[in-house]
Design a protein around this ligand. Structure first.
Ligand SMILES: C[S@@+](CC[C@H](N)C(=O)[O-])C[C@H]1O[C@@H](n2cnc3c(N)ncnc32)[C@H](O)[C@@H]1O
Length: 227
């Protein structure tokens, strides 16, 4: 009988990510931690294969794009900050997929931050992935790439997120439909005129449609860098 992790393996192969057995072991462990603690902490609104498709594969589909952003980053450091990480999405699957990259996961809720610390230890990622239990507004630090998924609308968080971004860095927002993102981007353009978008020169945006294995829905990555 096919297990949920077998489905995950096929999805990873379809994404062309070339995981080692060690990486598969880490992701399978993360899946089992999510599945075990989900009923207690309400970490994700999904069960079984839906966790694999809507959360793990959804997080992983951006890996080729994130790799090239890090390769091209003028800052040279291979670091990603995932804000509003919740149970570690997309941060933990990304950290497993990119073993040469350091991650910081920002999550203000204590229970979720505790889950993150335990899950990272269980997946042997605690040396390379740091959890910060704080509100994004209290964080200091600069990163070449900042990710978030199912966080606040872009206009509400562009300013605090911009403070975490290196010069020349890129924000990578996991979004659903392109039309909705376009409306958020229009508001950011308006905010730039009043100096409230976190970039005096405004933002360059790039929308990339991504396919998630086994998912019949549209996903869009929104990349933002200072103009
Ligand atoms: C809807 S959840 C999404 C979690 C995860 N990124 C995902 O895709 O499943 C949003 C998370 O962001 C956290 N959060 C919201 N506002 C925050 C803030 N200002 N600073 C830090 N974390 C925040 C919440 O506690 C919550 O865990």
């Amino acid at each position: 009988m096919e297990t949920d992790y077998d489905l995950c393996r096929s999805g990873i192969a379809e994404l062309g990510l070339g995981f080692t057995e060690n990486q598969h072991g880490q992701l399978e462990k993360y899946l089992s931690e999510l599945t075990l603690w989900n009923p207690v902490y309400r970490l994700v609104n999904a069960e079984g294969r839906d966790i694999v498709i809507r959360h793990l594969l959804d997080s992983l589909a951006a890996v080729p794009i994130l790799r090239s952003l890090l390769d091209e980053s003028p800052a040279g450091s291979r670091e990603v900050c995932d804000v509003g990480s919740g149970p570690g999405l997309p941060g933990i699957p990304l950290a497993i997929a990119m073993p040469d990259v350091r991650f910081t996961l920002i999550e203000r809720m204590g229970r979720r931050a505790d889950f993150l610390a335990n899950a990272l230890a269980a997946c042997s990622l605690d040396g390379r992935v740091n959890v910060v239990q704080r509100d994004i507004n209290e964080i200091r630090g600069k990163f070449p790439v900042v990710t978030f998924r199912a966080f606040h609308p872009l206009p509400d968080i562009i300013e605090p997120v911009s403070r975490l971004l290196d010069d020349g860095g890129t924000i990578c927002a996991y979004k659903s439909r392109e039309e909705n993102v376009a409306l958020e981007l229009e508001r950011i353009t308006e905010m730039t005129k009043t100096g409230k978008s976190g970039s005096e020169s405004g933002w360059k945006s790039k929308l990339i449609s991504i396919h998630i294995p086994y998912l019949d829905a549209i996903r869009t990555l929104c990349l933002l860098s200072r103009a």
